[in-house]
Design a protein around this ligand. Structure first.
Ligand SMILES: O=P(O)(O)OC[C@H]1O[C@H](OP(=O)(O)OP(=O)(O)O)[C@H](O)[C@@H]1O
Length: 181
């Protein structure tokens, strides 16, 4: 349960027709700028996943990380970071991690640090926002390829129907704090 859903919703900024006509940019940074909202968001998500035997939380740079780190801290489980288009040593690039991102109109690759998730781990996969659902789908494929199991998806905001439908096809429970129509 969210203590003050109205407050959280008031801090979600929708920029219509950005970066171009017909697109939308969803800015959650005002939530990160509000200590009160951050407490609510992190506490609500943590309560949702208490005592569920997750061994790791995996999140995706950039905007997933502030809240993911608070959940990891509260659940006392390791945080693993998936990078977007990063060429650091030690990161494994995977072909299943390539796709064309409609919103930002660029070829993207997700990468997972090699050996960061042991086999048979039970993973909570979290991102700040689900729009098309492609980021979570590809991230999930990377984790599965590492022989770990994604047991739950979570986000702060789910925008529209496409993402939820795409995630539903994976038959993994999905919890979003806020759904925007
Ligand atoms: O469901 P999808 O259509 O895949 O979109 C969701 C992704 O879009 C945003 O990332 P973006 O790269 O735009 O911004 P960020 O670098 O601030 O995380 C968001 O943080 C998700 O990772």
């Amino acid at each position: 349960m969210i203590t003050d859903e109205y407050l959280i919703r008031s801090l979600i900024k929708l920029h219509h027709h950005w970066p171009e006509k017909g697109k939308i940019y969803i800015d959650l940074s005002p939530i990160y700028g509000s200590p009160q909202a951050m407490h609510m968001v992190a506490d609500t998500l943590t309560q949702q996943f208490l005592n569920q035997q997750h061994t790791h939380i995996v999140s995706i740079e950039t905007s997933g990380l502030p809240v993911a780190s608070l959940i990891a801290y509260s659940l006392a489980i390791p945080l693993v970071i998936i990078r977007k288009n990063n060429f650091s040593p030690g990161l494994a690039f995977d072909k299943p991690g390539r796709w064309f991102h409609e919103q930002v109109r660029e070829q993207r690759t997700l990468s997972l640090p090699e050996g960061a998730i042991p086999e048979e781990s039970r993973v909570l996969l979290f991102d700040d926002l689900v729009y098309s659902g492609e980021t979570l789908r590809v991230a999930s494929a990377l984790i599965t390829r590492n022989k770990a199991e994604v047991t739950d998806f979570a986000s702060i905001v789910n925008y529209g129907e496409d993402g939820a439908k795409r995630i539903q096809q994976l038959e993994i429970p999905y919890y979003s704090l806020i759904t925007l129509e």
